[in-house]
Design a binder for this molecule. Structure first.
Ligand SMILES: Nc1ncnc2c1ncn2[C@@H]1O[C@H](COP(=O)(O)OP(=O)(O)OP(=O)(O)O)[C@@H](O)[C@H]1O
Length: 255
């Protein structure tokens, strides 16, 4: 029985996310090739794979930032479509595009998004998420005055503003200092009952955080692994993508 079928048998709830036969082509090049999987509500799923595997492309399509060439993605029973903003009430997204306005201060950026999403008590909520990401003392600064890591923290605050059911994170750990990493981990701990999909090259953190690993290589889904036996994942991962030597991070698998 496939992992998806096993999960369907043990839960009557519809999956939080369904990816069905999704392909993304750029001209003759296929970045994501006929991927299908479902993500159970409340689970944390890691997308692992070497550079150029298609992880970001897949996550951007899940976030409605890119349109599949073929196939559909459904989140909370709503089909994700780049021109339809309905989905943004359900998802919080952190990608390489920080989606911040440089001419607004950090607080104004958050307020703009809070008003866009109809967040209750927006001033309090903005102050609360700034505090969550450790930026309450920088609320009056513009993102242009922020380092990469601080921009990422602000981007996370924006993603959390409307208390979304689903969080989509593209390489959330990259560029964060120890304090920011600890803050992110505690945010994710608090997200335990919600659904998280993240990409990462940080094998150790990814395995510790995720319930399940989807290994993508050359746009194909090569493995779908439960992470209850985390210790065996590194070996299984290397076998899946055909790398013999032990990588420090998943991304050190250049071939
Ligand atoms: N806009 C684009 N036009 C053409 N090719 C693209 C475009 N975006 C991505 N690609 C290609 O699609 C493939 C998958 O890219 P993607 O960024 O999804 O990989 P990734 O798994 O996230 O890689 P990394 O771990 O290096 O971030 C790569 O070969 C990339 O060059």
């Amino acid at each position: 029985m496939t992992p998806d079928a096993e999960r369907a048998e043990t839960t009557s709830e519809p999956p939080a996310i369904e990816v069905e036969h999704v392909t993304k082509s750029y001209g003759h090049f296929t970045a994501v090739d006929d991927l299908s999987f479902a993500v159970e509500r409340g689970s944390t799923v890691g997308l692992f794979g070497p550079n150029g595997a298609g992880k970001t492309t897949l996550l951007r399509m899940m976030a409605g930032l890119a349109r599949p060439t073929r196939g559909t993605i459904t989140i909370d029973s709503v089909e994700v479509a780049p021109d339809d903003h309905t989905i943004y009430r359900t998802i919080g997204v952190v990608t390489h595009e920080t989606m911040l306005y440089d001419e607004l201060t950090a607080r104004e950026n958050l307020r703009f998004h809070a008003d866009l999403h109809g967040v209750d008590d927006p001033a309090d909520r903005c102050a609360s998420v700034l505090d969550t990401v450790g930026l309450c003392h920088r609320g009056s600064d513009r993102p242009t005055a922020f380092s990469h890591g601080l921009r990422k923290r602000l981007s996370l605050a924006r993603a959390l503003l409307h208390d979304p059911d689903v969080l989509l994170l593209d390489e959330p750990y990259t560029g964060l200092d120890q304090r920011s990493l600890a803050d992110l981990e505690s945010v994710l701990d608090g997200f335990d009952d919600r659904t998280v999909v993240l990409t990462t090259h940080d094998l150790e953190r990814g395995v510790a955080r995720c319930d399940r690993a989807l290994v993508v290589d050359r746009g194909r889904l090569e493995a779908d692994l439960e992470l209850d036996e985390a210790a065996s994942f590194a070996a299984e991962y290397r076998r899946t993508i055909g790398v013999e030597s032990e990588p420090k991070h998943v991304g050190d698998t250049t071939r």
